[in-house]
Design a protein around this ligand. Sequence first.
Ligand code: ATP
Ligand code: MG
Length: 421
Amino acid sequence: MSKVETPRPIRGTQDIFGPDAEAFAYVVETFERVRKLYRFRRVEMPVFERTEVFARSIGETTDIVSKEMYSFEDRGGESLTLRPEFTAGIARAYLTDGWQQYAPLKVATHGPLFRYERPQKGRYRQFHQIDAEIIGAAEPQADVELLALADQLLKELGIADVTLHLNTLGDADSREAWRAALLGHFRAVKGELSEDSQERLEKNPLRILDSKDSRDKAFVAEAPKIDDFLSDEAQAFFAAVTGGLDAAGVKWIRSPGLVRGLDYYRHTAFEFIPDEGSVSANTLGSQSTVLGGGRYDGLMESLGGAPTPAVGWAAGIERLAMLVGERGEPNADVVVVAESDDMIPAAIKTTARFRELGYSADLIVSGSTRKRFDKAVKSGATCIVSLRSDLNGTTANVRRSDPDAAEVEQEWLKMKPYILS
Ligand code: ATP
Ligand code: MG
C-alpha cells in the first residue's frame, strides 16, 4: 500500500488551540459585552462578496485591492472575493437591505478576514477582527462614541499601555488640497524614494506617509501637513471630536502623519498603538497597530448609494489576544467517575444533572477501572464524585480538593437518592 501524505495547513493560517484559543474567546466575549453597553447591534455578514464590492469601495490603488485579495471565479463565472475587511460588505448590506431605515445604525460583528500578505508574527493570511460601525451619523459625537467603545474595550481587556493616535484628513476639499501639495513635495524627490513609494506617488501620495521604508522617512517628516489645508468646517469638526474625547475621558495624542491605507476615509482617522518601550510594544514587535479606523463619508457613493456619513473601526483579534496573554483553561467544577462499567448509566445521569444545574462537568468512564479515579484526581477538578458498586450496594465517594467543593457536594447529596435509586 502506498503511504498517503497528510495535507499541510495553508501558509498564513493558524490552528488556534488551548490557552491561545481561550485568549481569543476572551477578546470576543469582552467585545460582545462592551458593545452591548454601547447599544451596538450585532450583524452577521457573508464571508464573500462580489469582487466589485471591495474593488470599488476600498479603491484600486490600495495594497488590499491591488495585491492582497483572494479573488476567484465561481462555477457560475462570477468574480467573488473572500472579504479582506468588514466595512465594504456592511456598506453594501446597508444599501441592498434597506438598513437606511435604522439610521443612525450602530452595528458590531466579528469573524475571519483574508489577505494575501507575507505571513509573520501578528500578520496572517486568514486573521480575525472585531468590528464596529456607526452608519448614517454625520455628527462628531458619533466618532466620540465609537472611540469611547474602543477605549473601554481595551481597558476591560486589561491592555493599559496602548494609546489612541488621532488625526484628521479633513473634508473632501481639504484632503484634495493636501493631496496636491503632497504630490508636488514627493515628485521633487521621486528618485530618492523607495520603489514602493515611487509607485504610489501618482496614484495615492497619502500612502507614502504610511511608508515604513527608511529611505522615505526624511521626506515624510518634511512633507506638508494637513493642518495647513483644513477648511474651517473641517477644523471645527476635529475640535468637536477631540473635545468629546476629553469629556469622555479617552486619552489621545495627535498624530499629524497618520493616514489610513484605504481611499474612503474623511475627517477622523485613528489607530491604537502600543506606547514606545511598553510591554505591548515588545509583545507585538513591528506589527503593532491593534485597532484602526476612521470616518468614511465617501464610501456609500462609490457603491452607488446616496451620500451617507459613517465611521467605524476594526481590531485584530489575534493581536489583542497576544496582549491579553495566554489564558488558562479552567478546570471542571466536578468530575464524575464510573469506577466500574455497571455504574456508567448512573454516572451519565449524574453528569447530565450537574450540567443542567450550571456546573461544568467531565465524565470518566473509560480506561482501566483502577486508573479512572487517578485520572479524575489529576484533572484538578474542584470536586470528584466517584460511583462504585460493592457488596453493600452502590456507594459514592465524594472527594474535595477545594473550598468551593462544599457547594458541589451539597448538590450531589440532593440528587443522589434519585440517581442511585
Ligand atoms: P497594517 O498596517 O498592520 O497592515 P492595516 O492598516 O492593513 O494594518 P486594517 O485594515 O486597518 O489594518 O485592519 C485593522 C486591524 O486588523 C489592524 O490594526 C490589525 O490589528 C489587524 N490586521 C490587519 N491585517 C492583519 C493581518 N494580516 N493579520 C493579523 N491582523 C491583521
Ligand atoms: Mg495591511
